[in-house]
Design a protein around this ligand. Structure first.
Ligand code: ATP
Length: 446
């Protein structure tokens, strides 16, 4: 049972997302659309920053991992070979005989959680989304929207191997949209029908696969922690042999303690040679690997790390959301009000620096502040704000996780310096305008 506080926290996060331009319901003016969400101006920045941090971690940090951007629409044979069109990629569907709501069979017992009505017997429901190519909607033009980005990587294994002159072990990483006809989308952006994945497929010798499976579990947990998620909010759930998906030899989920309870953030699997051997069989192309030194020929095993961009974003937001009682801002009078601070990691915060003239009815201050903004925005993601009292503006910036506020006041005009306020410590220090770029570079770069 979810506690009211947990539901309340989730609602507060959803409300903040809407109010501050992070996430909006899709097609809202038409009453929304299923589980769809649109990322607003700040949400898209946050999402890009998460993807950038992952890309940097996986690709730039490892000399033997390369990137790929494969297409969403693929030859339907891919999904036959992968097993997605079979029962393996299905959920159990049950329907309430009274209110006709549908649920995932493994999430409910015999009665409808909504109205108490009786449920139908579970039946298998394939999650692949279908569409047609070309002008005629016939069986032979039926194709699927990809349900994971990974298949685009497997079918390009030889292309990447040969063009980049790689040697096993190596990895191919990709970020992109995936689609699943989920029976019961829920918990905001946690489970939707259209979502984004960050997947890395690690090709290795079969004897090393278990070792790499353990290695990648550790590495991936570290990544979330590095970006601000507390250790106690993360856990590894090893998947028992009997519950493993059809393609896997070993599996584990990295779970996060979301406001609604523990939930999967990322899946790590040792997929054995399932993918390369099946694609070889179905395509008639030999996808085995010849070791140039030992001359051994084999199908590399694949260890996969598969993370959700949207789920990561929800985890980072949930972790960062803080309510602080009483005014934090020195310029406002003491108050019992609650201030919201989004303490996002520096690499993730959508806006790094806000530039604020102390008041907006003094032309010289506004002019100076705009000049500073123009200089800083070349180097960092900045926002200029002159509307409302300075205290309100600080609070507005805290609520969206802005790391620093630069305030241009009357002293600035005499001394050519500004106040820099730190979101987390709320320390304020005077910095010369000419030193600002270097000052922030030091603070923001690794
Ligand atoms: P779940 O059990 O929660 O349905 P899954 O085990 O089917 O997830 P995987 O197939 O392992 O998920 O996909 C890898 C990752 O992709 C997940 O850990 C998750 O972050 C993301 N993901 C999968 N399905 C969805 C979805 N419907 N909405 C948002 N993200 C998803």
């Amino acid at each position: 049972m979810r506690s009211p506080q947990k539901i309340e926290l989730m609602e507060k996060i959803i409300s903040l997302c809407k109010r501050r331009g992070f996430i909006f319901p899709s097609s809202e003016i038409y009453g929304g659309f299923g589980s769809g969400y649109d990322y607003g101006p700040l949400g898209v920045e946050l999402k890009q920053n998460i993807k950038k941090a992952w890309w940097k971690e996986m690709i730039y940090k490892h000399e033997n991992i390369v990137g790929l951007d494969s297409s969403i629409l693929m030859n339907p044979q891919v999904w036959r070979a992968s097993g997605h069109l079979k029962a393996g990629f299905s959920d159990l569907l049950v329907e309430c005989k009274k209110c006709h709501k549908r649920f995932k069979g493994d999430e409910v017992k015999n009665v409808c959680p909504e109205c108490g009505g009786k449920l139908t017997q579970p039946r298998k429901f394939n999650l692949m989304m279908k569409t047609f190519v070309g002008p005629v909607e016939k069986e032979s033009s039926l194709i699927y929207l990809r349900a994971e980005t990974a298949q685009g990587i497997y079918v390009n294994f030889k292309n990447v191997l040969n063009s980049m002159r790689l040697k096993v072990p190596f990895g191919i990483a990709q970020i992109g949209k995936a689609f699943r006809n989920e029976i019961n989308p829920k918990n905001f952006i946690y489970r939707t029908r259209e979502f984004e994945q960050m997947e890395m497929e690690w090709f290795c010798h079969p004897k090393d696969a278990s070792k790499f499976f353990d290695y990648w579990k550790k590495e991936r947990i570290k990544w979330y922690q590095k970006l601000g998620i507390k250790k106690e909010h993360l856990r590894i759930k090893e998947i028992p042999k009997d519950d493993l998906p059809h393609y896997a030899k070993e599996g584990a989920d990295i779970e996060y303690k979301f406001p609604f309870g523990w939930g999967e953030l990322e899946a790590i699997h040792n997929r054995g040679d399932w993918d390369l051997s099946n694609h070889s069989r179905f395509s008639g192309q030999d996808l085995s690997y010849l070791d140039p030194e030992t001359k051994e020929r084999y199908f590399p095993y694949i260890v996969e790390t598969s993370a959700g961009v949207d789920r990561s974003l929800l985890a980072f937001l949930s972790e960062a959301y803080q309510e602080i009682k009483g005014a934090r801002t020195k310029t406002t009078k003491p108050t019992k009000e609650v201030e919201i601070v989004l303490s996002l990691n520096k690499d993730l915060a959508p806006i790094k620096i806000a530039v604020l003239p102390l008041v907006r009815n003094k032309k010289e201050l506004v002019k100076k502040a705009k000049e500073i903004y123009q200089t800083l925005k070349i180097f960092f993601r900045c926002q200029y704000d002159e509307v409302g009292s300075i205290g309100r503006r600080y609070r507005r910036q805290d609520e969206i996780g802005t790391l620093f506020a630069v305030t241009v006041d009357f002293e600035t005009l005499q001394k050519e310096d500004v106040t820099v306020r730190d979101r987390d410590t709320m320390e304020q220090e005077r910095v010369k305008i000419k030193d600002l770029v270097e000052f922030f570079k030091k603070k923001l770069e690794d």
